[in-house]
Ligand binder design. Structure first.
Ligand SMILES: NC(=O)c1ccc[n+]([C@@H]2O[C@H](COP(=O)([O-])OP(=O)(O)OC[C@H]3O[C@@H](n4cnc5c(N)ncnc54)[C@H](OP(=O)(O)O)[C@@H]3O)[C@@H](O)[C@H]2O)c1
Length: 286
């Protein structure tokens, strides 16, 4: 008989906003919640922290930049549950402003985790989503198109491509690779890209989320929905604890999108602010 246990998965859940998302989902998600982390020790310690709060979750290792780790997790979910119902793509990375690595290295690493890592997880796990599944991508205000502010006319051309309703996943990945290449040879500004590798990675994730919803719209499975959000400026290691929001406040929009009720007509493939307000990602200039 098919296993009908409802399952939710959170990436990068051992600390920060991901841990805040876990706290909420452990209470609100009707089913099992998987805390995943790239480091098993840190993940299991976080699971114990939740247990101390009276919250129960399951654990599995998942490094979003390691294909073997992704494949192992996907096989585990398939073999154990047959499928799953909710994915929060929270894991992310940003170099500190004072980082001394060359911009090409920063672009490779940051886009590698935030864009290509998330994409690899989705490619492996999306086939396992059940009808009515919800996907919540943790983007950023840094992923708004205004940050594509390199030299004209290339910046405007890039914005147009990113915001296109017909751009394919392969075309987007090609653009992200072109960005890394141009950062490597120092021509990224001339080619229209912005200076922040983090912004470029999150613009890629935003554009990807819109493509993913287009695929869901024609998927034979019923009612698959993906949205993306800016969690706010949150007090975490990533912000060097400068953000004013708590991890619980930073989790609000991602959890809202993860728990959208069945058979909604909207939001789908849309960007949300940390207070859950809808933002038009294509037309918002600021
Ligand atoms: N904090 C903010 O103000 C802010 C603002 C806008 C958007 N965001 C976004 O919110 C999300 C969470 O950020 P945060 O502030 O909570 O950052 P954080 O405290 O640095 O936590 C990031 C999490 O992602 C994990 N991670 C990094 N690389 C990974 C990989 N290859 N595989 C699996 N997990 C990986 C980290 O694991 P380790 O512990 O092993 O490093 C950690 O669990 C990110 O997507 C970030 O871009 C944050």
């Amino acid at each position: 008989m098919a296993n009908t246990t409802r399952v939710a998965v959170v990436t990068g859940a051992n600390k920060g906003i991901g841990f805040g998302i876990m706290k909420e989902l452990c209470v609100k998600f009707e089913g099992l919640v998987y805390l995943t982390s790239r480091d098993e020790g840190r993940g299991k310690a976080a699971q114990q922290e939740l247990a101390k709060l009276g919250l129960s979750c399951n654990y599995h290792q998942l490094d979003i930049t390691n294909q073997a780790s992704i494949d192992k997790f996907a096989a585990y979910i398939k073999n154990t549950y047959g499928g799953f119902d909710c994915l929060v793509n929270n894991a992310g990375f940003a170099y500190k402003q004072a980082a001394t690595e060359p911009v090409g290295v920063q672009a490779r690493d940051t886009v590698g985790i935030n864009y290509f890592g998330t994409l690899a997880v989705c490619k492996a796990l999306f086939p396992l989503l059940r009808s009515h599944a919800r996907v919540s991508n943790v983007g950023s205000s840094a992923g708004m198109l205004k940050h594509l502010n390199g030299d004209e006319p290339h910046a405007s051309e890039l914005k147009k491509k990113m915001a296109s309703d017909t751009i394919t996943e392969a075309e987007l990945s090609n653009l992200m690779n072109q960005y890394i290449e141009s950062a490597n040879n120092g021509t990224h500004r001339q080619k229209g890209w912005g200076s922040s590798t983090y912004c470029m990675s999150k613009i890629g994730l935003s554009a990807l989320s819109r493509i993913q919803q287009r695929h869901f719209d024609t998927d034979p499975r019923e009612d698959l929905v993906v949205n993306f959000c800016h969690p706010g400026y949150v007090d975490t290691d990533m912000s060097s604890h400068k953000g004013p929001l708590t991890i619980e406040e930073g989790a609000v929009a991602a959890v809202y999108l993860a728990l959208l009720p069945p058979n909604i007509t909207s939001p789908k493939g849309q960007f949300h602010w940390f207070d859950c307000k809808l933002i038009d990602w294509v037309t918002t200039a600021n």
